[in-house]
Design a protein around this ligand. Structure first.
Ligand code: NDP
Ligand SMILES: O=C1O[C@H](COP(=O)(O)O)[C@@H](O)[C@H](O)[C@H]1O
Length: 523
């Protein structure tokens, strides 16, 4: 395997118009003689329909894909090429939908989409796929990307078959692996060991789609390119940092998967921890993938593994509201009725290094809560000897600055500041300096999967998880997960659509923290 197209046009700030040149320049001058084949394994599934095909179409629509490309769907379900195309065009909803010529572009895109039905552990079926790929590649140098959008228990079978029978003979072969990467340190290490029998680390692209979200990508820009923020980024000025994920729906349809994992593995150990590592890392030597990932690993290794006392867990229960019945987690037919799997968790984490000593990093993640939201909240310390102290009464917390990065929905960055209310008196007000993306930037925000697919095609690994990062992440959570399971700790129940278990408030209060998303002025 070798990387032909190194560097990401997006990351390097290259305009879409210059993109053809970009690919030609760095892919050894053979664009016209090379092809890109993308095989979506598990093409009949939910993620493929919801995210992967729409992202590929958006990339095609905006001319980010190279001139010669084909897309194959692979799964056991028997489908014709036409049926796959109908599924793609029928279910496709993405940001491009309302653009000019969308239908024509879709028609052209669908002509590049094909399907092969096969078993996941059959080398013979992957050899058949290889023949079809070769036919489309027509003797050109071929780069092949496999996207494993399948349950993890079949990752290794697919990688074995694909690497033995369908890897590229003349170009690179890369594999995007969806989460979950194991259930704990041991199973994750075993998965990595098995994958590495067939692939090098450079060929494995472990995806965490939160790293592809616009605001997460912007986190480093905000910090490292603004003098007003970088000097404040430490225990000297920051009192606590909060990483919050909430969904206003339950496990609907994914209960079978979810019950085996729970919210800590589903959201905290990966999405929230990855954001935390990006937030807290030291300045990397450069923007190179290895330099960034080196710094993230250092942060993760500086953290104290979670203990039971640092965590509270919850599970949503059914209830009636406004004449509507909301199901509880265990009402889901794919979930055991006595399940104690957490659908909510809050945790306090600490980084034992000079920059962050003593600063609580709080995480909160839950399903079936009162709203859908993902955000990073940075609460700053009090102003020492604040001249206006008496204007805030006894509640000094109301006078502290807070920086909020709203990852979704309605992306925004805002800073809560104290301001004088205009008028003759001296009344202070907490106001927002607000950068609301939809007001500032007219263009739609690309979906995370677009960015990540493009990165994988370009061989840019910055936003993918390296195996040592994964080990470090699991080391933090594995002892806690084992203890929760061994002791069969029952989650605190919370009503579907509520703000979650009260325990989350007590946990925060233990560290003198208030959740910024609840009870505040932007709640
Ligand atoms: N859906 C989502 O929102 C998200 C999903 N993911 C991850 O992405 C991957 C794909 O997710 P999703 O599309 O929801 O998964 P699905 O359960 O829809 O599975 C994808 C395809 O895999 C095949 N499959 C399913 N179960 C089995 C099985 N037990 N044995 C063999 N094949 C099976 C089916 O295809 P066929 O029967 O045709 O072979 C199915 O269409 C998973 O690893 C998931 O954890 C990650 C983030 C979000
Ligand atoms: O990885 C996952 O993410 C989704 C939430 O993703 P988002 O981009 O819609 O915020 C979550 O619903 C799912 O449980 C989890 O596996």
């Amino acid at each position: 395997m070798q990387g032909g197209m190194d560097g990401n046009p997006l990351a390097k700030g290259i305009n879409p118009e210059d993109q053809e040149d970009f690919f030609i320049d760095i892919s050894d001058g053979e664009e016209a003689h090379s092809t890109l084949s993308i095989t979506v394994v598990g093409a009949s599934g939910d993620l493929a329909k919801k995210k992967i095909f729409p992202a590929l179409f958006a990339l095609y629509y905006e001319d980010w894909l190279p001139e010669n490309f084909v897309i194959f769907g692979y799964a056991r379900t028997k489908l014709t090429d036409e049926e796959l195309r109908n599924t793609i065009s029928g279910t496709l909803t993405c940001r491009i939908d309302k653009r000019a010529n969308c239908e024509d572009k879709m028609e052209q895109f669908l002509k590049r989409c094909f399907y092969h039905s096969g078993e996941y552990s059959s080398e013979e079926h992957f050899a058949e796929l290889d023949s079809k790929l070769k036919e489309k590649e027509a003797g050109k140098r071929s780069n092949r990307l496999f996207y494993l959008s399948i349950p993890p228990n079949i990752f290794v079978d697919v990688v074995r078959c694909a690497s033995r029978k369908a890897s590229s003979a003349k170009g690179w072969t890369r594999v995007i692996v969806e989460k979950p990467f194991g259930r704990d340190s041991e199973s994750s290490a075993e998965l990595t060991r098995c994958l590495k029998k067939y692939l090098t680390e450079e060929q494995i692209f472990r995806i965490d789609h939160y790293l592809g979200k616009e605001l997460v990508e912007n986190l480093s820009v905000l910090r490292f390119s603004n003098l007003v923020f970088e000097p404040l980024w430490s225990r000297n000025y920051i009192r606590n940092v909060q990483f919050i994920f909430s969904e206003d729906f339950g496990t609907e349809g994914r209960g079978g998967y979810f019950d085996n994992y729970g919210i800590i593995r589903d959201i905290m150990q990966n999405h929230l921890l990855q954001i935390l590592a990006l937030f807290a890392m030291e300045t990397p030597v450069s923007l190179d993938a290895e330099d960034i990932r080196n710094e993230k690993v250092k942060v993760l290794r500086s953290m104290k593994p979670l203990e039971l006392e640092d965590v509270i867990i919850g599970q949503y229960k059914g209830h009636n509201k406004g004449g509507r019945t909301y199901p509880g987690y265990t009402d889901d037919s794919t979930v055991p009725s006595n399940s104690i799997t957490p659908t909510f968790a809050a945790a306090a984490l600490f980084i034992n290094n000079a920059r962050w000593d003593g600063v609580p990093f709080l995480m909160k993640a839950g399903k079936a809560l009162h709203r859908k939201r993902a955000e990073i909240r940075v609460q700053f310390r009090h102003v020492p000897g604040n001249l206006y102290k008496r204007n805030f009464g006894t509640d000094l917390d109301k006078a502290t600055n807070e920086l909020v990065l709203r990852v979704q929905p309605d992306e925004a960055i805002y800073l809560k500041i104290n301001n004088k209310v205009p008028g003759l008196g001296m009344r202070l007000d907490r106001s927002d300096l607000n950068l609301l993306y939809r007001a500032r930037y007219p263009s739609e925000i690309p979906d995370a999967y677009e960015r990540l697919l493009l990165d994988a095609i370009a061989g840019e690994r910055r936003l993918f998880i390296r195996s040592d990062e994964l080990d470090a992440a699991w080391s933090l959570f594995t002892p806690l997960l084992k203890e929760l399971e061994a002791k069969k700790i029952a989650p605190e129940l919370y009503p579907y659509g509520s703000r979650g278990p009260v325990g989350a408030h007590y946990l925060a209060a233990k560290y003198n923290v208030r959740w910024g998303d609840l009870g505040g002025d932007d709640d």
